[in-house]
Design a protein around this ligand. Structure first.
Ligand code: COA
Length: 143
């Protein structure tokens, strides 16, 4: 078990958080981690939380938010050198508390079909696979 402190990310954390997301294989060509950080950090309905170890090293991060009905988490990441020591669980528990404090009763999340390890992690934390089809449409910003 590694002792970590969870805090809200600041603009100064952006580069390090984006680097962590990349190191964790979470950034695909259609993602822009800097823009995603900017859009979610410090908003009334969304936040980026980071985990720091005793040496103040950033070892984990999570994006949490809600749409007024359900809560969502994205970009759940733990430094490869610090895994299986409870950091991911602590990040998820903190995100759950963040949502509960805002009156959101349910947390949903998506896992890429190729990421069976992550699905096991979430199931270990009490999450269930639900029979839903997820659809999406890319909404381009107005030019
Ligand atoms: C998924 C991830 C966040 C887990 O973080 P972690 O700090 O290693 O997880 P924890 O140590 O808190 O584990 C919590 C529980 O899940 C289990 N678990 C963690 N990783 C697991 C894995 N790969 N396979 C099976 N179980 C796993 C742990 O054994 C632990 O169970 P326990 O309570 O019985 O001990 C981390 O592996 C990661 O960053 N992966 C790459 C990025 C990623 O895929 N993110 C999810 C995107 S949807």
């Amino acid at each position: 078990m590694v002792g970590v402190t969870i805090r809200t990310a600041t603009a100064e954390d952006k580069a390090q958080v984006a680097a962590l997301w990349r190191a964790c294989g979470l950034v695909i060509p259609t993602n822009d981690p800097d823009a995603d950080f900017q859009l979610a950090a410090g908003k009334s309905n969304s936040e980026i939380l980071v985990a720091q170890d005793v040496a103040q090293r950033l070892v984990g991060a999570i994006m949490v938010g809600h749409d007024g009905h359900r809560g969502w988490v994205y970009y759940v990441a733990v430094d490869p050198g610090c895994r299986k020591q409870g950091v991911g669980r602590t990040l998820m528990q903190t995100a759950e508390t963040w949502l509960r404090q805002r009156g959101i009763p349910k947390l949903n999340l998506m896992v890429r079909e190729t990421n069976a390890q992550a699905a096991k992690f979430y199931q270990q934390l009490g999450y269930e696979i639900t029979p839903r089809i997820t659809l999406q449409k890319v909404l381009k910003a107005p030019s």
